[in-house]
Design a binder for this molecule. Structure first.
Ligand SMILES: C[S@@+](CC[C@H](N)C(=O)[O-])C[C@H]1O[C@@H](n2cnc3c(N)ncnc32)[C@H](O)[C@@H]1O
Length: 323
């Protein structure tokens, strides 16, 4: 358990929410974030095929370099908002982005797992439970703030970016990646729903039944899906997100979008992985999925990028600096 100057001791994780808590969370987005992500924390890396090896180091670094290549490295002190299990910052640190890191998340369960992952990797990382709209660090603390797939969960994104700029040192940079574009989110959800329905239907029958997850796990996933609808608040048009960052006070704001055909493979792959029993697919599948993603990503960058407008791509990345 950690303590800090501006808030009391971090709360304990609550991975087994009661029905009453889930009911309350349906009309309280921050409670939903905590319950949903505390529930996911211990299995999150498996669910999303997150690792801390070359595969994910390259992936994380590619997202960073999409808007912030050619920066003088390493940054002295970096912080991640909405760190989850630490996927983005820990892999960026392994690629040489920063010497010291701080992982923060609204979910105590996620902070716990991120700190454990950092310790296993031998990285110099501390952590705190933190709401992005009210970051519990002093002004001018960090040289770099990063986040991956977090802004779309935050009710007041402009307020969160104001807080990011407050805790950055003058000249410090932020990089947020993995945010869903409005058009990308639309097709990803439809593809994912169809994949889930097809997988959970065909595995009801015959020899495919061994590929069916136990009913109680599927029921739990459905309850989680109800919370998911409460935790996913925004999708972003890249220009609008740049406007929010400028209104928050950022300079040198830039955005990029990534993944079109790669997202159309990635979403059904991840949904399929979540719909079948854990461990059924193995390393060979993970490599197939990653290599397929890499090839389609090449197609997106080298061919589709020339003919398809940026807002059709799935992921939005945004960067900016503190004056
Ligand atoms: C989709 S997960 C992404 C986790 C991780 N960054 C990754 O890419 O694997 C979003 C994370 O944001 C956290 N989160 C949601 N709302 C937040 C807020 N207001 N402040 C800080 N973290 C928040 C959630 O608890 C969750 O861990």
């Amino acid at each position: 358990m950690t303590t800090n100057a501006t808030q009391g001791p971090d709360p304990e994780p609550n991975p087994h929410a009661t029905e009453a808590e889930v009911e309350a969370a349906l009309s309280d987005t921050k409670l939903a974030q905590v319950l949903y992500h505390d529930w996911e924390a211990e299995t999150y890396d498996d669910k999303w095929s997150i690792s801390y090896d070359e595969r994910c180091i390259d992936y994380a670094r590619g997202r960073f370099d999409a808007v912030a290549a050619d920066q003088p490295l390493p940054y002295e002190r970096a912080m991640e908002l909405g760190c989850g299990t630490g996927f983005f910052l820990l892999n960026l640190m392994q690629s040489g982005i920063a010497k010291k890191g701080s992982v923060t998340d609204l979910s105590p369960g996620m902070v716990r797992v991120a700190l454990r992952n950092a310790e296993n990797l031998g990285l110099d990382v501390d952590g705190r439970v933190a709401d992005a709209e009210k970051i519990p660090y002093e002004d001018n603390t960090f040289d770099l703030v990063v986040g991956h797939a977090v802004l779309h969960h935050i009710p007041d994104v402009e307020q969160a970016l104001r807080e990011v700029l407050r805790v950055l040192k003058p000249g410090g940079r932020f990089v947020f990646a993995g945010e869903p574009s409005t058009i990308g989110d639309f097709y990803a959800r439809w593809i994912s729903r169809a994949t889930w329905a097809a997988t959970t239907t065909v595995t009801k029958f015959g020899p495919l039944q061994s590929w069916r997850r136990p009913q109680e796990e599927l029921d739990e996933s459905s309850r989680a899906a109800a919370l998911e609808a409460v935790v996913d608040i925004h999708t972003f048009d890249p220009d609008e997100l740049a406007g929010i960052a400028r209104r928050a006070g950022a300079l040198q704001v830039d955005t990029a979008t990534e993944e079109l055909s790669a997202a159309m493979l990635g979403w059904p792959v991840r949904t399929f992985e979540a719909a079948v029993p854990a461990g059924k697919l193995g390393w060979g599948w993970a490599m197939f999925a990653f290599n397929g993603w890499k090839r389609l990503n090449w197609l997106d960058e080298n061919v589709l990028r020339r003919v398809v407008p940026p807002k059709f791509f799935y992921n939005v990345v945004v960067t900016g600096t503190k004056p």
